[in-house]
Write a protein that binds this ligand. Structure first.
Ligand code: HEM
Length: 516
């Protein structure tokens, strides 16, 4: 809250030297005397606005949140009789920037929508507030420092059912109190799932976003759907969903990325059939460094199989440096004569390829949810920037070429959100097996479409933002991160051209035999 004291503009004008240097930003009065030496942009620019209104200069160069960070130390009062024009959204609030929210949340379109019910709206509100308050502050810090997610945040997510929701609808939600009871677990569907994925993607911290239990999201579903022993399934899911233990999915290797059949990690069954001995390596495994369990694709006698491997003797993990944040916990794993009980087999022996492929659908769909939302973040930031930045004496948005770029960015984002919602609706109608059979192709194409769009949107955004799109702090940080990290989504969970090929081959299997 601003201090109560009020001043006239003439009173402020007297504070125009190094002994007392005040300025006005958005009808608020700041005392910058002690800030002269600390200002990252230097003292000279502040002297130029001493005693004057610096609103235009300030917003030409800074994000609004800079002010909220410094309000406590620099703000001394307001201009008498004037009211602040800048909106400062509180935790949980919707953005008022056009296209910054999907149509189902943006008036007037939000009044009616075929897909979203009251429980979706309640969840969105609660999830936005939870993310703004508890996830985003840690995410932004950790993205830069590279620190791993805190146990405190994991515990908070576990206690509020956020970890459970990340796995989508299913019996694992039974009895869970979701964010204070905003959704009945029995009602939870893939639109709720979409909301969770999109709200979390608003943190704008791409490495941390993966560090935030992405391994569990893509790995625990395999245990839930394919564990052969109910006791194992219940024990592991209880440990992981309570946040006590961590789990990741270990498929890719130096030898095999999208080409899963090239996997060389072996699992040899013991003569008495009681256990497997696992040897090999895994690479690019998200969250591996801190995981207790590894859902691992291995080569058995006659094909691929999937095993749940517990950290123990013979398992070693080390971090891999990537172009996003170490906060993701990207890992290289070695298995050296690791003994794994036979009951830890997930699905059938030698038929693991079905386990791996069917699990990919939810993973890729989740990635599409997040990518569309990140594209939207960039649209929002760019609309704000083009509106506030003055270039050649007028706002950037007055340049037709800039409007063309924004038009393309918006159209790509909206088109993908609509396709995402159509597919999500199909997921809500189909049982798991049918989804695996019919939606693999469409989801693969959707993910490719969103990452291609991300590529184009990043390109346009960099051109709108110029040098600020290349600096990690300050105005352009969201754009810089998006431009640096959008390729993760184009590669992880299946590279674009491989996914396109998969989808068309699947379509060919449904092609009528007759000549058409
Ligand atoms: C309450 C007043 C102000 C605060 C708290 C403040 C704070 C900051 C901060 C934190 C940065 C680092 C970059 C960022 O995080 O955005 C910065 C950069 C900068 N500031 Fe300020 N500032 C203030 C007022 C002003 C004014 C009035 C001007 C110009 C008349 C100005 C000119 C600059 C410049 C030129 C930079 C470097 C920008 C860049 O690298 O693109 N600042 N300021």
């Amino acid at each position: 809250m601003a201090p109560q004291e009020t001043f006239t503009r003439d009173e402020v004008a007297k504070h125009n030297n190094d002994d007392s240097l005040w300025t006005i930003i958005d009808s608020k009065v700041y005392d910058l005397t002690d800030f002269l030496d600390a200002h990252p942009g230097g003292a000279a620019v502040l002297r130029q606005v001493a005693g004057r209104d610096a609103t235009t200069d300030f917003y030409n160069l800074h994000r609004h949140d800079v002010l909220t960070r410094y309000d406590r130390t620099l703000l001394v009062g307001t201009i008498r009789g004037e009211t602040s024009q800048v909106v400062n959204p509180g935790p949980g609030e919707l953005s008022r920037v056009p296209y910054a929210e999907p149509t189902w949340l943006a008036p007037p379109f939000s009044r009616q929508n075929p897909y979203y019910k009251d429980s979706h709206r309640r969840l969105q509100k609660a999830m936005r507030e939870f993310t703004d308050r508890h996830v985003t502050p840690e995410a932004r810090d950790a993205e830069e420092s590279g620190e791993y997610i805190s146990q405190e945040l994991i515990d908070r997510m576990a206690a509020n059912g956020v970890l459970h929701m990340r796995l989508g609808p299913g019996p694992h939600l039974r009895g869970v109190e979701i964010l204070g009871g905003v959704v009945d677990p029995a009602e939870f569907d893939y639109f709720h799932d979409l909301i969770v994925a999109q709200e979390l993607a608003r943190t704008g911290a791409r490495g941390f976003q993966d560090g935030n239990m992405a391994g569990m999201t893509i790995g625990l579903t395999v245990v839930l759907n394919f564990a052969n022993s109910a006791a194992l399934r219940d024990r592991v899911s209880a440990e992981v969903l309570s946040g006590r233990k961590k789990l990741c999915l270990a498929i890719t290797e130096a030898f095999a990325g999208s080409d899963v059949s090239g996997i060389r990690t072996t699992a040899r069954k013991s003569a008495d059939g009681s256990h497997y001995i696992v040897n090999g390596t895994k690479k690019w495994i998200t969250n591996g460094v801190w995981s207790d369990y590894f859902v691992t694709a291995v080569r058995t006698e006659k094909g691929l199989s999937v095993l749940l491997i517990e950290r123990g003797e013979g398992v070693e993990t080390k971090p891999i440096k990537t172009s996003y944040s170490p906060a993701a916990g990207t890992t290289y794993i070695t298995f050296d004569n690791v003994k794994v009980p036979a009951e830890n087999l997930l699905g059938q022996e030698n038929k693991g390829i079905h386990v791996v492929l069917s699990n990919f659908n939810h993973e890729r769909w989740t990635m599409a949810c997040a990518t569309v939302r990140m594209c939207r973040n960039v649209v929002e930031e760019s609309l704000k920037w083009a509106n506030q930045r003055i270039v050649f004496g007028k706002p950037l948005i007055d340049q037709p070429v800039i409007r063309q770029k924004l038009a393309k960015m918006i159209a790509l984002t909206e088109a993908n959100q609509s396709w995402l919602e159509t597919i999500t609706y199909q997921m809500c109608q189909m049982p798991y097996q049918e989804q695996a059979k019919y939606l693999g192709g469409p989801i693969a194409l959707l993910k490719t479409s969103t990452t291609r769009a991300a590529h184009d949107i990043a390109d346009e955004a960099v051109s709108i933002w110029g040098g600020r799109a290349l600096t990690r702090t300050g105005m352009g940080r969201v754009i810089e991160m998006f431009n640096r990290s959008n390729k993760f989504d184009a590669v992880l969970g299946g590279e674009e051209s491989i996914l396109g090929d998969l989808a068309v081959r699947q379509a060919m299997r449904h092609m009528p035999k007759e000549r058409l």
